[in-house]
Design a protein around this ligand. Structure first.
Ligand code: MSP
Length: 514
């Protein structure tokens, strides 16, 4: 059996409804999942929600409902948003599900039995919103180094995971698997953190009631929310710690865990150490993307600048939002969200470049060729066989590297080349003086559009199907990817008719919304 390509997003906290930051990771994962499926791979794309811990209990308390009622409600806003954004996850895991909790308990017990988890006492600075303990030296101005909020001293009896015992093995793993810590520029920080010495990790809480209970083997304790959450990646596959087997075979190890940079360390230090303790292979890659600010500021409820993906999608369309997020900022770097930037990209690249190219060429074909795509010339001067091969190779390889911005730039260059070519050839004049030359020009451009539609399909799954229809193709761009990418066949059926529709990306007014 061939291995299923397994990719994951973080499981999101349900203390509040999702915003554009959560949408970002999920859209990136969805794009990759779609591309892998298009390329013929079996895919398992997992997302979900992280529902335990003091932070969520507090949100429920403030709302005057039980934590379970609260999570049941908020989880729906995640499911709903993923539906709106066209997310094609294959599974959605909630940490309050029995299938998850029972694996968490079994893992805890197994690690207690093996001596990897032991009982001790814990005292340190605790940041409730981040669910993190910090040592005095880690604090910044006596506040949480992650979020800058006040911390409180917390002491409790706790079970500890022997993280320190895995320090050397982790370093060896990083050295032997250079693809594990991605992007590579984030690797040194993790290495030096581990080299600096790992402390054992407190993995149970006696003060936090809203968590996976550890009765009967560690009565009075619940599982630390991060230890609980990381396990989702294997509980969703029906992992059985007793045998090391998975109900869903041929899926583990994960091909990539996509995470935001702030939780890279949890995924590259704690999680692999847990897996080592369990004797389970490690994920092949953990990829940390950067953070979005909004008009230069950290997104936060108190600033009132939280970007609601529903609103953006309603104004610009889901596909334009997906495009913008992946196009604007290299995946792995930080970026700034602004309406102005979105409007700029939308008008320049979607309305004026891609949309305009499609529109003008289909217009000319309808007017001058009775709507029929002209016959192929013997060779192409815009994109010959070698150039097509190189182009498809770079797109394939770009998606593989999660270099979404590069892929989208490559596609953008193609459509602007198409527009430039039309401007130079002036087919609307040529039709009167040299009909074969006009036909050739139009053919060259629809061919580029067909290629662009296929390569863009994972990012803009709806609009590209519309382009496909307008080009007179049957099925969806997915159906053609192997022919184009593997066989270099970008031809049309003889006499294929185009079917121009309304503009896909109507130009937007640049005046600000008040
Ligand atoms: N529950 C943990 C993750 C557990 S995974 C085993 C968590 N949840 S979260 O709700 O806070 O989501 C964090 C993730 O949301 C980030 O890692 C990132 O993927 C995404 N983002 C949240 N805000 C973001 C930005 N402002 N910018 C980019 N991504 C952001 O941490």
């Amino acid at each position: 059996m061939t291995k299923t390509y397994f990719l994951t997003t973080p499981i999101y906290y349900v203390n509040d409804v999702p915003h554009v930051g959560h949408a970002y990771t999920t859209i990136a994962a969805d794009t990759l999942a779609r591309w892998k499926r298009m390329r013929g791979e079996k895919v398992l794309f997992l997302t979900g929600t992280d529902e335990h811990g003091a932070k969520i209990a507090k949100a429920a308390e403030t709302a005057g409902v039980t934590p379970q009622a609260w999570t049941d409600k908020v989880v729906e806003s995640f499911r709903e948003l993923w539906k709106v954004l066209n997310i094609t996850h294959d599974d959605f895991i909630r940490t309050t599900e029995d299938r998850h909790e029972k694996v968490v308990r079994a893992i805890f017990k197994k690690l207690m039995d093996s001596g990897d988890i032991y009982k001790g006492a814990y005292e340190d600075w605790y940041c409730v919103p981040c669910e993190s303990f910090w040592s005095t030296t880690q604090l910044v101005d006596k506040k949480c180094p992650d979020c800058g909020r006040p911390v409180e001293k917390l002491q409790e009896e706790s079970y500890f995971f022997k993280l320190s015992a895995y320090q050397d093995r982790l370093l060896v793993h990083y050295d032997q698997n250079p693809g594990f810590l991605q992007p590579a520029h984030r690797a040194p920080e993790i290495r030096s953190f581990v080299k600096g010495g790992l402390r054992d990790l407190s993995v149970s809480r006696s003060k936090v009631k809203w968590g996976v209970p550890l009765e009967p083997f560690a009565p009075g304790h619940t599982v630390y929310v991060w230890f609980d959450a990381l396990i989702n990646y294997v509980s969703a596959l029906g992992f059985d710690p007793a045998t090391g087997a998975f109900q869903k075979p041929d899926v583990w190890p994960a091909d990539v865990h996509l995470v935001g940079k702030e939780i890279f360390r949890f995924h590259t230090v704690i999680w692999p150490a847990m897996l080592m303790a369990l004797g389970v292979p490690l994920p092949k890659k953990v990829f940390a993307h950067g953070w979005w600010t909004v008009e230069g500021e950290k997104m936060s409820k108190s600033t009132g600048n939280v970007v609601d993906p529903h609103q953006v999608a309603a104004e610009f369309g889901v596909d334009a939002l997906r495009y913008f997020l992946l196009r604007e900022v290299p995946f792995g770097s930080d970026g700034d969200y602004s309406r102005k930037a979105l409007l700029g990209r939308y008008n320049a690249e979607l309305a004026n470049s891609l949309g305009n190219l499609l529109n003008r060429v289909l217009n000319l074909i309808e007017k001058n060729c009775a709507g029929e795509i002209p016959a192929a010339p013997p060779s192409s001067d815009l994109l010959d066989a070698a150039a097509l091969k190189e182009w498809t190779r770079s797109v394939d390889e770009g998606y593989d590297r999660l270099a979404f911005t590069e892929v989208l730039q490559t596609i953008q260059e193609l459509t602007s080349r198409g527009n430039q070519y039309v401007n130079e050839k002036e087919p609307w004049k040529l039709v009167k003086t040299d009909a074969p030359a006009a036909a050739r020009c139009l053919y060259e451009v629809v061919r580029l559009l067909k290629l662009a539609a296929v390569a863009l399909h994972p990012v803009m799954p709806t609009v590209t199907v519309e382009i496909w229809k307008q080009l007179g193709e049957s099925g969806t761009p997915s159906d053609a990817v192997a022919r184009i990418f593997d066989q270099g066949d970008l031809s049309f059926s003889p006499g294929q008719k185009v079917a121009k529709g309304s503009p896909l990306f109507p130009r937007k007014d640049v005046s600000p919304v008040v």
